[in-house]
Design a protein around this ligand. Structure first.
Ligand code: SAM
Length: 284
């Protein structure tokens, strides 16, 4: 039985029994592999790092979309950076208020192979008339985009390889210029117990651009090492002061039926472990 070993950490990592390799290729930007595993279903990895699995993708995709969208309350336009598997696009398009989604993904091969081998992730989202997919580096797109968005979601790989630029001040400055007043930016920000420097670095780079920088957390089983954090940045701090009743009313009105997200969890996700709060306090 072939094994797939994640190589994110040099001295520790998770391993998958590979029942079948569905696709493996060095694209123009990264090494892409998609394989089947009895426990997790179909799994996709980029440059040796697990990106998504059939079994637990709902956790990440629900928390990365419904928290900012329901906190905002009247989202019409969304920008997705990365997200080639289509899970974020699928969840964003579940919101009836959303009129337009622009997705900027650097690697067409990720989209094509995930549509073919992980069809449940996008579930037809790439053909939704509200969606526009642009193949481009996200940092270049936000540098000269003339359009503005209510919510911007950076669903990137880790800050290695093509994803590295999506954790820079230049990218965050671009995000700021593409965000409508009162809008909110969220980003994949690593597993804090293993990548605490990603929290502090993101906090330091986002703080000069936004009035409020925060993080919220979720436990994604195949992002090993504990909870993962999502970076949150906005000039509208009221968005995190939403009470449970407001979020619940919005969730019910949306008609969403989620498997991980729920209003109480939305509120609670911003209550971070003490070691993360301490690391941020130590910066000030
Ligand atoms: N959920 C995953 C995680 O948390 O690691 C990320 C999933 S998604 C597959 C990551 C996407 O970011 C990939 O499709 C990759 O091609 C894309 N990406 C990486 N660097 C990029 C860049 N500079 N601009 C746009 N997309 C990028």
């Amino acid at each position: 039985m072939k094994q797939y070993s994640e190589s994110l950490y040099p001295t520790w990592g998770q391993q998958f029994a590979v029942d079948e390799v569905l696709f493996e290729h060095q694209t123009d930007h990264q090494h892409l592999v998609i394989f089947k595993n009895q426990q997790w279903g179909t799994v996709m990895a980029l440059d040796g790092v697990i990106q998504t699995t059939e079994k637990d993708e709902f956790v990440y995709h629900e928390m990365m979309t419904h928290v900012p969208i329901l906190a905002h309350g009247s989202v019409q336009k969304v920008l997705i950076i990365g997200g080639g598997d289509g899970g974020i696009l699928r969840e964003v398009l579940r919101h009836k208020t959303v009129e337009r989604v622009v997705q900027v993904e650097i690697d067409q091969a990720v989209i094509d192979m995930c549509v073919q081998y992980l069809p449940g992730h996008s579930d037809g989202a790439f053909t939704d008339p509200r969606a526009e997919v642009i193949i481009k580096d996200g940092v270049e797109f936000v540098a000269d985009c003339e359009e503005q968005f209510d919510v911007i979601i950076s669903d990137s790989t880790d800050p290695i390889g093509p994803g590295e630029v999506l954790f820079t001040s230049a990218f965050y400055q671009g995000v700021k210029r593409c965000l409508k007043p009162g809008g909110v930016f969220v980003a994949q920000n690593g597993v804090s117990f293993m990548q605490l420097d990603e929290v502090t670095t993101t906090y330091q780079r986002l703080s000069p651009e936004f009035d409020q920088v925060a993080f919220y957390a979720a436990a994604v089983p195949t992002y090993v090492g504990g909870v993962m954090t999502f970076a949150w940045a906005t000039d509208n701090p009221d968005l995190t002061k939403m009470n449970r009743q407001t979020i619940t009313q919005r969730y019910q009105a949306s008609g969403l039926q989620c498997r991980y997200y729920q209003p109480e969890l939305h509120i609670g996700a911003f209550a971070l472990p003490r070691y993360i709060v301490q690391a941020i306090e130590d910066l000030n």
